[in-house]
Design a protein around this ligand. Structure first.
Ligand code: EPZ
Length: 420
């Protein structure tokens, strides 16, 4: 398993281009199952999760070709049974369920595993698809779904932690080919849902309200192929913005959408970080002394859970006490114990972490546990005095395109160490 060897204390300087959004491209790739015609997706990030989703679609009978950041997919002939092992490994694969059900009227996909950040139930996916007329059972680790004819319905999709992003995606995709009108209440409002809706509309779907808590879908008989450019990755943009502030550098984000990560920009400014717009570009530099801030993760447009770990590193540098509260997932503080190896003082109290910031960090070997925690550990390694080895960085490669190359271009002293 590869590691990243990092020499800390080097401020990041320069420009970085933000890649396409992982959490937009995965459901959009699944949406190509809704038509037998060819679809082309541009600005797709070169990530292991993307090639994984491509393998899953191939296992279902689609033809998939990835050419740099463009993916051509044609699901002319499909089986409804996905590769158990492939699907089980990637949570995002659950979003093939809705399209398969709508296209084939049956589907058998492995129940996606949980992961370190939480149990990841699919009860809301099931509630939404059953409301459209599907019968769904769990049989020896598979989700088995049947629906001779999907019928539009009014569906409330809010759960114990608020809306579900991939649940909204699944129901919206299934409803595009249902008979009649579907209204999804308490829909997820993330930009990735809006991007998926834009792609579905380009395929001929009739959808209004995407990006708001109420989405209306009028079913059509069939969808056609489409071409689409994926939105930039707001979590990658947030990650580089935090890295620029943490290393006391100055970085220009190119191709990012400031309106997609406004809550992060707001919190960074509250913490004393200077963030300016130069035309389409966003320039980040640390202004005055860093200040502690309190952060609570929320559904969009609140502070994103996917940027919580990275922000915690910045708070560990800010003299004073910051409270980070995680309201979306039940165990998303795996990075705290690894950050402690670098000298941080962070105490977990239920859904919150109490960060006593301003202590010096010194390098050490640390272990990545999940995608966003890995990014936080890399940021910490770039700040800590001396050498840090971040192990198991395959987590990183799932969600950040060429992150070590991009950081090196910004001046970071970072080397990928390939384990034999
Ligand atoms: C998406 O996951 C993202 N992944 C996650 O990003 C992101 O953190 C999450 O949305 C934020 O909500 C992709 O888009 C591939 P949810 P998703 O359903 O859709 C509970 C990353 O690092 N819930 O919105 O799986 C759930 O347990 C990843 O890029 C139910 O209770 O998340 C959680 O507490 C991590 N029942 C909350 O809702 C359900 O049926 C939000 O989960 C579904 C979810």
């Amino acid at each position: 398993m590869d590691s990243l060897l990092i020499q800390g204390g080097v401020p990041l300087h320069g420009e970085v281009t933000i890649s396409g959004a992982k959490n937009a491209v995965l459901p959009i790739m699944a949406a190509t199952l809704l038509t037998a015609e060819k679809c082309v997706i541009h600005r797709a990030p070169n990530l292991t999760d993307v090639s994984f989703m491509g393998d899953i679609l191939k296992s279902l009978g689609a033809t998939v070709s990835i050419d740099g950041n463009s993916i051509s997919i044609q699901a002319a002939r499909l089986t409804g049974v996905g590769d158990y092992d492939l699907i089980r490994k990637m949570r995002g694969s659950i979003c093939i369920l809705g399209p398969l059900l709508a296209r084939l009227h049956h589907a058998r996909v492995s129940l996606p595993g949980g992961c370190v950040i939480g149990s990841r139930p699919i009860d809301l996916h099931r509630k939404g698809l059953e409301a459209l007329g599907a019968t769904i059972t769990i049989e020896s680790g598979y989700v088995v779904a049947h629906a001779p004819q999907l019928e539009g319905a009014d569906i409330f999709l809010g759960g114990r932690a608020g809306p579900t992003v991939l649940g909204t995606a699944n129901v919206m995709m299934a409803a595009t080919l249902a008979k009649g009108t579907t209204v999804i209440e308490s829909a997820a409002c993330e930009p990735e849902i809006t991007d998926l809706a834009d792609f579905l509309i380009a395929m001929g779907a009739k959808i209004t309200g995407a990006g708001s808590p109420t989405i209306r879908i009028h079913g059509v008989d069939q969808l056609h192929g489409a071409e689409h450019e994926v939105i930039p990755d707001r979590i990658e943009a947030a990650t580089f913005a935090i890295a620029a502030a943490a290393t006391n550098g100055e970085v220009t984000l190119k191709g990012a959408r400031a309106d997609h990560f406004g809550a992060v920009i707001d919190k960074l400014r509250e913490a004393g970080v200077k963030i300016d717009r130069r035309g389409p570009d966003i320039v980040i530099k640390r202004g005055s002394e860093l200040k502690p801030v309190d952060v609570t993760t929320m559904p969009y447009s609140g502070f994103p859970t996917d940027a919580q770990a990275q922000m915690m590193v910045l708070m560990a540098l800010s003299p004073g006490t910051s409270i980070m509260t995680e309201r979306i997932f039940e165990s998303r503080f795996m990075h705290v114990s690894e950050l402690a190896r670098l000298g941080t003082d962070i105490a977990i109290e239920g859904p919150s972490s109490i960060v006593k910031g301003g202590r010096p960090m010194s390098g050490a070997p640390i272990m990545a546990s999940d995608l966003r925690a890995s990014a936080a550990l890399v940021i910490a390694g770039m700040v800590a005095r001396g050498e840090t080895l971040v192990n198991r960085i395959y987590h990183l490669d799932r969600g950040y395109e060429n992150i070590d190359t991009k950081l090196k271009m910004l001046g970071a002293k970072i080397e990928r160490v390939e384990e034999p």
